[in-house]
Write a protein that binds this ligand. Sequence first.
Ligand SMILES: *Cc1c(COP(=O)(O)O)cnc(C)c1O
Length: 404
Amino acid sequence: MKYKPADRIQDLQYFGEFGGVNPSISDSSTYTFLSAKTMFDTFEGNAEGCYLYSRHSSPSNLYLGEALAAMEGTETANVTASGMGAITSALLQLCKNGDHIVCSRTIYGGTYAFLKNFAPQLGITTTFVDITKTDVVEAAIQKNTKVIYCESVSNPLLEVADIEELAKIAKTNKLQLLVDNTFSPLSISPAKLGADVVIHSLTKFINGSSDTVGGVVCGSRDFINDLRNVNDGAAMLLGPTMDSLRAASILKNLRTLHIRMKQHSHNAQFLAEKFQEDGFKTVYPGLKSHPGHVLFKKMMNEDYGFGGMLTIDVGSLAKANELMELMQKENLGYLAVSLGFYKTLFSAPGTSTSSEIPEEEQREMGLSDGLIRFSIGLDNNIERTYEKMKECMIKVGVLEAEIA
Ligand SMILES: *Cc1c(COP(=O)(O)O)cnc(C)c1O
């Protein structure tokens, strides 16, 4: 019953051409055929193990895709050049002119902008809902709805979606449930809870070294084949293709993901508890005060914790900016968007990653001005980090110095 995603990744091995411990990198855009007949069959998708052209597939991309499919427990996967490349191609494969999507209102800013501003140009409309209220989700379903879309743990408010419940609703209404699992790799396995398609931005924790963008769509063999279809596949025709060299480097980083996630989670749990004790409004799914804590616990795979993301509210944007600048000066982290780096990253979501969301809607969903989003790093001594952060907080006046 217990799902062990890291063990499944570990069980996969691919040797290089000369017995290398890492698979060889396929450094070619095109592939030769010994017979013209095989080339035709490959075009038609009937020649297993043959490669045609690297926008369609390449050995290196397949290795990475299979490792990610093993992690998520899906039949297979298709890697893409970015997380947005994965999200947009999956959605455009499933939704055509006249179709409708029910989507969480707290999602990645780029996904929000795509659904709000871009997809309607193609005749695809979206209703944004509070994903934690499953009755509201159900009520938003229309005759033309094709997809329910959410993030396991949402960006930036860290709301937790009840994937099992959403999967039931999707099944009853013959919809596809798409889950972006970028914030909780290994911790949560959406496909095991009933999601049809699982998406990641590999840019974040999975690659973990902030040196590339990348994405993946994990799903059934049929769906992934549809995505890659030479005649009408979104991943084939829109061209969001990952380069082989990158696929190889991301696969090597994936090998240490379990160790990194444990440390991210350990450090984030420690800081979240301290920040909460200090009186900050702290949002972290590992805190008992988090509305999704019990749900996360019920869904999670053991060992990997509640993830590396947390938010605190320091009262105003001015204070948030002052604090972030000082923490950066003290080398406690970087004032930068993105997440999953070895170093702590912090940003004010309202003016950065969620700035696509209109201010009024930001307020409505609880995205306040003084919010700082942290992606907690792999710091070896998190107590020391905390003490230094506290000094910064006292200096900028968001925390009172303790009276000795
Ligand atoms: C970053 C991110 C994306 C987009 O991924 P890119 O690799 O930047 O295209 C999508 N979803 C979530 C939750 C993200 O954090």
